[in-house]
Design a protein around this ligand. Structure first.
Ligand SMILES: NC(=O)c1ccc[n+]([C@@H]2O[C@H](COP(=O)([O-])OP(=O)(O)OC[C@H]3O[C@@H](n4cnc5c(N)ncnc54)[C@H](O)[C@@H]3O)[C@@H](O)[C@H]2O)c1
Length: 453
């Protein structure tokens, strides 16, 4: 779906008009374009506070094999721009510790490249010492505020590394690599908690090689893109959608040499049929992405029982029932050895949306479900996580009234809608071995939504 406003303000008269009127000036985001895509497009600076120096050294060292120009000094020749700045703040114990590294970060921002990256590494705020808790929590405020200041497609995100977890654990490095890369184009202002070590990706180009994934609602939109990105990353993919979408589903699945399963996810035996199909056709089932959903918008005052019940049934009761059955299969040793359950939530599930009490309820429900499932999945060696997209350029958003759409598109720090591929990249990352230390979390793909929570 095209956003012609971006083209208009990107050059000539449009640029002048937008600048003089103070209108948003979004830029085309840098996105992953296959194996040759550079991780970042300039030198990477690693900063830290005094107490975090050792861990900053470990991070700088761990990044060397990524073919990056890693530096520890803020000096930069005038014609060069920073590709990214990584700020290690894992050792802060009082708010005053933040001044030196954060102000040093500030001094680099004018020389940050287009679609540049700021990534912090910090520890969780849940400690008994109030000074240390304040200092750790303060990192969130820096990241979220900076996300709103950056321009030209640059993003600020953070990784919150569990106490006791090695800073160079595969999950921390995998998350860092993802947040630095063009694959995280529409992830902005987020803090991603990493609680376990995860394991190294067998390859950065095909981290899902040998894995079997099922994606519901695969015939179009975000689901079809998830299918393509999982397949690009090496997975064998089963696409699931209702029989009425059979032709479109076949087209998507033929394109990735996957298999199609016509199935309504509200069928009582839906999970068993997906599992059976996976076993018979591919020999295993490792990853399930609950993407299928419907909307039936109405103000609550006008809500009908049909509209309420349909949305609840498809958007939350079906994933719940399927996960219940999948857990039983997992406990019986009938899922892959590191099962990944992923589910699509949505911005209205976090901040609410007028006319969407039913959809908001279901999508908040996805968050609750994910958090509750995490311990059970950990016992099986796997994870459960949710992905919450904001405004994404799809058929659904194309049908919005023009003015509403134009306003909604700009209400995030990147001043544009995301693409389905931006959501799919986050799904593929959370399905990868390196994300094995992220469990029970919600990762937003919203360009840092500016309203609501
Ligand atoms: N588009 C956005 O901006 C946006 C924003 C936030 C969240 N999301 C979420 O992302 C996911 C995909 O959204 P989309 O915009 O691509 O939706 P879409 O409507 O374009 O596609 C949904 C797919 O699910 C299928 N489906 C619906 N009911 C089904 C059922 N009972 N059984 C099997 N398949 C069924 C449909 O046939 C369709 O192919 C949804 O969970 C949605 O809530 C989308």
């Amino acid at each position: 779906m095209s956003d012609t406003y971006i083209d208009f303000v990107s050059g000539g008269l449009g640029k002048k008009v937008a600048t003089s009127l103070g209108l948003p000036r979004p830029v085309r985001l840098r996105r992953h374009e296959g194996p040759g895509t550079p991780l970042v497009t300039g030198p990477v600076l690693v900063l830290s506070d005094e107490a975090s120096r050792g861990e900053a050294d470990a991070i700088a060292h761990a990044m060397l094999p990524w073919d990056l120009d890693v530096r520890r000094d803020t000096y930069l020749p005038p014609d060069v721009k920073w590709g990214a700045v990584v700020v290690v703040l894992t050792g802060v114990t009082r708010p005053g510790d933040l001044a030196a590294p954060v102000l040093a970060l500030g001094s680099t921002l004018r020389a940050l490249t287009r679609s540049g990256r700021i990534v912090t590494l910090s520890r969780p705020a849940g400690v008994a010492d109030a000074e240390a808790a304040a200092a750790r929590a303060a990192v969130d405020g820096v990241v979220r505020s900076l996300g709103k200041e950056l321009r030209a497609g640059a993003t600020a995100n953070g990784i919150v590394v569990a106490d006791g977890l090695d800073i160079a654990a595969p999950s921390v490095l995998g998350t860092l690599r993802f947040l630095l890369s063009a694959k995280s184009a529409f992830v902005d202002g987020q803090l991603v908690p990493v609680s376990g070590p995860g394991s190294e990706n067998p390859s950065w180009d095909t981290p899902l090689a040998g894995r079997i994934a099922a994606v519901t609602g695969a015939a179009r939109g975000i689901g079809a893109e998830i299918v393509r990105v999982l397949a690009r990353d090496g997975a064998t993919v089963i696409g699931v959608d209702v029989p009425a979408a059979g032709d479109a589903l076949a087209g998507v699945m033929n394109g990735v040499r996957g298999t199609a399963l016509q199935l309504d996810v509200t069928a009582p035996d839906a999970a068993r049929r997906i599992h059976e199909h996976a076993q018979q056709r591919h020999g295993s089932l490792d990853i399930v992405v609950h993407n299928a959903a419907i909307v039936r918008d109405k103000l609550l005052a006008n809500m009908t029982p049909e509209k309420w019940n349909d949305v609840i049934r498809v958007d939350i009761e079906a994933p719940l029932a399927m996960n219940r059955a999948l857990l039983e299969l997992g406990r019986a040793g009938l899922l892959g050895s590191t099962p990944r359950l992923l589910a699509l939530s949505s911005a209205p599930g976090i901040s609410g949306n007028r006319g969407q009490t039913n959809y908001g309820a279901a999508k908040s429900g996805i968050v609750g479900m994910t958090q509750a499932l995490a311990p059970a999945l950990a016992e099986l060696g796997g994870t459960a996580n949710a992905i919450a997209p904001g405004f994404i350029e799809t058929e659904m958003t194309r049908r919005m009234p023009t003015v509403t759409r134009e306003v909604a598109r700009r209400l995030n720090s990147l001043q544009q809608g995301g693409q389905p591929v931006d959501v799919a990249e986050v799904v593929a990352f959370l399905a990868s071995p390196a994300a094995g230390g992220i469990n029970g979390e919600v990762v937003r793909v919203c360009g840092q939504h500016l309203v609501g929570r």
